[in-house]
Ligand binder design. Structure first.
Ligand SMILES: *Cc1c(COP(=O)(O)O)cnc(C)c1O
Length: 399
């Protein structure tokens, strides 16, 4: 890739560091630490140790025969990030960042969380390494995700309720940035996706690339050739970029990112940034943003909390404009149908986020070609979503 995609913090017109001046030194410190430690053998060895023995990597690449037969075209593989410790890809990043924080001499960690998955993954690595942890979470989300709040507290993390704004993820992130300004000397901020100000989009991408690196090796071993299509859901964009990046030089491999279509694009209640978003600055970076004509952030909606966010990582914006990744969306109902179908066809209950990627293949997989090899990233497991799914699916399916 060229200089736009590595290191500078700019992805074409996107990215950057739109933060208060008081944070610039902190961002520079993180950038410096990453550049210094990440490439070293010692860091890589320690990271590999935790990924193998704590996270449970490599995760399997599973050939989904019944799903393939159902779709009636391509041969479909599932990359099983749902089998990682804590049940989603988020732990790949938090393990990496806690090792970085340790080298930076930081004794305190802060994070923001929406659905609670990143909060739990952060609380987990803080317990593992014995550092203090504060997670900011909107009051609304705390009510919706009470189990994850309890898990974080069980792990020894302090969960701070945010009552500002819509009392959801974006408000929690504002609060975390405010904390960081005040406590920058002692504190590292573990951001959960490939968004926010540089260097986070770069850092998180590099920690998630292990997904694609493994998948490449595994598909070559299983099939003797590279895949034709990669499919992943896109919230902030970390699991998708983690899968896609290793294949970026192979332009003939289709990469499909699936956004949350919510109640339908026409309803306005969705999180499909590439459907109706426009360029803007939000939470530290320039990217596509769902905003009104005055630049106010639009409320978003998705059945899956992890995809329910008004902006998207800046590198995705650039990949979109360059036509290097295709972006599409599926709605709540299609995701719920896929959630049910994957459960019944493969005995795998996916996260509702991941179900969006499955839904895309159910819709369009037959057009990929008969001999196509497809990899779907199952970014997480669905245990956290069973209550939600029961509400929507229970009566219809008689379960
Ligand atoms: C958080 C989350 C997502 C969305 O985040 P990305 O950064 O886009 O990967 C997707 N799937 C699961 C299971 C999640 O927990």
């Amino acid at each position: 890739m060229n200089e736009h995609t590595f290191g500078s913090g700019h992805y074409g017109p996107y990215g950057g560091q739109y933060v208060p001046e008081t944070l610039m030194a902190a961002l520079a410190e993180v950038e410096q630490a990453f550049a210094t430690y990440f490439p070293t053998q010692e860091f890589q060895r320690e990271l590999d140790y935790y990924l193998a023995n704590y996270v449970g990597r490599p995760t399997p690449l599973f050939r989904a025969d019944r799903l393939s037969a159902h779709v009636g075209g391509p041969r479909i593989y599932l990359k099983r990030e749902d089998l990682t410790h804590t049940g989603a890809h988020k732990i790949n990043n938090t393990v990496g960042q806690i090792l970085l924080a340790k080298r930076m001499g930081k004794r305190r960690i802060i994070a923001e969380t929406g659905a609670g998955q990143h909060g739990v993954a952060t609380a987990t690595v803080c317990a593992l390494t014995g550092v203090d942890c504060v997670v900011y979470m909107g009051e609304e989300d705390m009510q919706r995700q009470a189990v994850n709040v309890f898990k974080m507290r069980l792990l020894g993390t302090e969960v701070r309720a945010v009552s500002a704004g819509s009392r959801t993820l974006k408000d929690a992130m504002n609060e975390a940035l405010r904390d960081w300004v005040t406590n920058v000397r002692s504190t590292h901020y573990i951001l959960g996706t490939v968004g926010g100000p540089h260097p986070y989009p770069l850092l998180v991408r590099e920690f998630q690339r292990v997904i694609g690196r493994e998948a490449k090796r595994q598909i070559l071993e299983a099939e003797g050739r590279l895949p034709d299509v990669l499919v992943a859901c896109v919230g902030g964009g970390s699991n998708s970029l983690g899968l896609f990046y290793e294949f970026m030089a192979e332009r003939n491999i289709r990469k499909i990112g699936v956004e949350a279509g919510g109640l339908g694009i026409a309803s306005g209640k969705h999180a499909a940034r590439f459907a109706t978003g426009r360029r803007g600055v939000f939470q530290g970076a320039q990217s596509y943003v769902l905003q009104d004509d005055a630049g106010q952030i639009n409320p978003t909606h998705s059945v899956s909390a992890g995809l329910d966010y008004a902006s998207i990582g800046p590198e995705h914006a650039w990949l979109h404009d360059q036509n290097l990744v295709e972006y599409t969306s599926v709605d709540d109902q299609e995701a719920l149908d896929a959630f049910l179908l994957l459960s019944r066809l493969e005995g795998i209950i996916p996260a509702l986020e991941s179900a969006h990627a499955v839904a895309e293949v159910l819709k369009h997989g037959a057009t990929y070609g008969r001999d196509a090899l497809v990899i779907i990233n199952v970014s997480g497991r669905g245990d956290k979503d069973v209550d939600q799914a029961r509400k929507f699916l229970g009566t219809r399916c008689g379960i």
